[in-house]
Write a protein that binds this ligand. Sequence first.
Ligand code: HAM
Length: 426
Amino acid sequence: MIQKPKGTYDVYGKYGKNLLYLRDLIQALMEKYHYQYIRTPMFESSELYHRGVGETTDIVSKETYDFLDRGDRKMTLRPEGTAGVVRSFIENKMYGEASQPIKCWYYGPMYRYERPQSGRFREFYQFGVEVFGTDDPLADAEVISIPVNLYKLLGLKGIKVNINTLGDMESRKQYREVLLDYFKPHLDCLCEDCKKRYATNPLRILDCKVDKDLDIMKNAPKISDYLNDISKTHFDKVKKYLEAMNIEYTVDESLVRGLDYYTHTVFEVEASVEGFGSQNVLCGGGRYDSLVETIGGPKTAGVGFATGIERLMTALEYEKKLPGNLDNLDIYIIPMRDNEKEYSLNLLNMLRMNGFSSEMDMLNRGIKSNFKQADRLNSKYVIIIGENEISSNILTIKNNQTKDEFKVSIDELITFFDENIEDSEE
Ligand code: HAM
């Protein structure tokens, strides 16, 4: 049997319904925040990610799905959303729009060739936002508030916001030099990955999971001692604005994040869900004031975040925060015999077009087994169509919960359901 590729999964049944519930909630929240929806291609030219995400990052150096298309162009399945959105921002000249800043959100699949494990897939979905055109710390705080409010709305508890600053380019450069000097005599003690990071991106040594308990890591110089005034002020304001929204946070100076483009604020949000395991980071993000320029646009500030949908779904499953029985049908129609199928189908069509979720038997079940099916579907009403109903156009409608019966003429049917079924979406 042909099986799905490693690190991917199928969506169907209850999980599918729950995913749509989550996506709808995200969309509704984004409307409240007044962010625009953006969708960019699932593949882009490989160069975009080399320039955008960074040559030295794990994502680009080890995890991309690269291919040559039939015209011999180097393409990459997107490993994350930011670079593509920045490309679109530049290509569509959004920086020239009258209404600034540009705030957008996206939801879609990303691809990373990682070792599959719990919470880590090769095809996974992200919901993310990007804000362009403001370097005000207000935007950093607003972006951080989005996942926090989303997780709150979903009912998750034990949410922990970790923040740090990498400073502006000047501070970051100075700190990089300090780190190079500091780690130079200790290179032999570091893991192989960190030895490479020393040459390519020394900041990333700080969030090494292998070396994290070494004394040289604990005693490493702190970024906070090398921030210039602009960087310090920016970070202080972000913290102040988070406090204004009553968002609790912890400053974690080892948080540097795995992508090259960040400046100033970086953050991650964890959920401490019992039994959730090590992949408890639900989202990550930060500010990237040089990325638009790096990708070829005009100098434009940016800030954003992305949350993994699978991890969020797992947290919601553990915390039992997903809707229980999602199957709820308004009306189930039972044609008694073959002769009544056309009339029933016409009725079914009319009910659906008037906004009622409806189904009809398509397996020629007997009446008992049809009522069982109506129960399985959690149907509010059942209509049985026989010869008499068709000749009189008076239908018998059964309330499937109370078992009360009503005689309603076909002309009155929609009014009847309008009055008795409150909201077919509920
Ligand atoms: P990231 O930290 O690489 O950041 O990914 C964000 C989130 O995507 C993670 O916190 C995690 O929930 C989820 N995620 C990442 N890799 C996997 C995987 N293999 N399987 C399942 N979930 C995964 C970014 O992607 C940045 N573009 C975020 C950003 C937007 N920064 C600024 N704007």
